[in-house]
Design a protein around this ligand. Structure first.
Ligand code: PMP
Ligand code: GLU
Length: 400
């Protein structure tokens, strides 16, 4: 009989993808499911980007690309980093991958030895924990509280550092909380880390363009830390291109080379056609097209509506997201309550109750390191959001 490797036996299924799968199954059975579980924009990819992909096909971009991505794409990413973030990179510091997820996996697998510790501010994005596991590292979680709008302080971070600490990984804007670190907050963290030159930082900036508090801030803007940061970004969220699977890192040369080597053995270059589309996305100045603005405006409107609707549900403690498209309320008020048949003991049971009772799919906070919370992805229409809040209020109203 086939025995699977320990690595895969210990690996958890992605809970975001699992909840989406469950919601698709219920939909296939004919139920009217509102899926607020998966974190992906509901918009179509802008036409000017789709046209570039079609041209790429006609121009026979059908061969292997260089492992790190076409040179014109890497140059366009450097130009984007200069234009949007005022950051200087050389083309050979860029590695394009099959989504930001692969970029993160490349960096982790390139840097972590068994037993190395990785600092992970919690709540964190689901896959960080599991990728660290595959790399045989040890995740060290640092709990940020809802009172501090789910942001950690340099002091909290420093207290978790040990001689084994190798990496720090965080996202800002953050999945699952929507929290956005300010320039000063990032500076405080960077200044503290100066004392620990052996720690590399993975800055996940995939939600750069979904930020309601002004200009995106990258920790790489601080020259005294930039040569220790692997910046991760891509086209999935801001350009509504989740299925195209293009992400990248901008990193110190040694890390870029390591990722290139690893990717060269695992997957080779990312899809050539998707790279042509990403090139168009990056060379287009965001303010020169209405598409990004329209999506950003829609996300803001949806956030405001969802916050207003959730505030009307008794017992939900809300955080205030400044970016991404998630709200991460504390719902512990409902733990121990029952409708006479079902008792809610934790976030998982709460999610299953809402899915099975009123067909609203959410993700338990446990998956992101905070079991008192649940994640709402509000990347859907205002009508669906309004209806989902009505259903949730009704279902929770039955609990005593
Ligand atoms: N980082 C964060 C914080 C995310 O939410 C996601 C989910 N899409 C990713 C990385 C992975 O992005 P991609 O789809 O480009 O692999
Ligand atoms: N990142 C998205 C989410 O958190 C997509 C799902 C995934 O890649 O895990 O829902």
């Amino acid at each position: 009989m086939t025995t699977l490797a320990n690595r895969i036996q210990y690996l958890a299924e992605s809970e975001t993808l699992a909840m989406s799968r469950k919601s698709r199954e219920l939909k296939a059975e004919g139920h009217d499911v509102i899926n607020l579980s998966l974190g992906e924009p509901d918009f179509n990819t802008p036409d000017y980007i789709k046209d570039a992909a079609k041209e790429g096909i006609d121009q026979n971009y059908s061969f292997y690309s260089p492992v790190a991505g076409f040179e014109d794409l890497r140059k366009a990413i450097c130009a984007k980093l200069k234009r949007d973030n005022n950051l200087d990179y050389d083309c050979n510091q860029i590695v394009v991958s099959t989504g930001a997820k692969q970029s993160i996996a490349n960096v982790m697998l390139s840097l972590i030895n068994p037993g190395d510790e990785v600092l992970v501010p919690a709540p964190y994005w689901v896959s960080y924990k599991e990728i660290i596991k595959v790399a045989e590292g040890k995740a060290v979680f640092i709990n940020a509280s809802i009172q501090n709008n789910f942001k950690i302080t340099p002091q909290q971070l420093e207290a978790a550092i040990t001689p084994k600490t190798k990496l720090l990984i965080y996202s800002s804007p953050c999945n699952p909380t929507g929290s956005v670190y300010t320039r000063d907050e990032l500076k405080g963290i960077a200044e503290m880390l100066v004392k620990y030159p052996e720690i590399t930082i993975v800055a996940d900036e995939i939600y750069e363009h979904i930020n309601f508090v002004g200009k995106h801030q990258s920790i790489c803007q601080f020259d005294f830390i930039k040569d220790r940061v692997a910046l991760v970004n891509g086209v999935s969220k801001g350009y509504a291109m989740t299925g195209w699977r293009i992400g990248f890192i901008a990193a110190p040369l040694a890390i870029a080379k390591a990722c290139d080597k690893l990717q060269g053995q695992f997957t080779s270059g990312a899809s050539s056609i998707a790279q042509r589309a990403a090139l168009k996305a990056f060379i287009t100045e965001p303010s020169s097209t209405p598409d990004l603005k329209i999506m950003q405006q829609a996300f803001l409107e949806r956030r405001d509506l969802m916050l207003k609707l959730l505030a009307e549900i008794p017992g939900m403690k809300l955080n205030h997201p400044d970016g991404a498209f998630y709200i991460f309320p504390d719902i512990a008020y409902y733990f121990g309550k029952t409708n006479g048949q079902i008792t809610i003991n934790n976030d998982n049971e709460q999610c299953m109750y809402l899915l099975n009772k009123v067909f609203v799919a959410l993700v338990p906070g446990d998956a992101f390191g905070d079991p008192n919370c649940i994640r709402f992805s509000y990347a859907t229409s205002l009508d669906k959001l309004t209806e989902s809040a009505r259903r949730i209020k009704e279902a929770l109203g039955d609990l005593r």
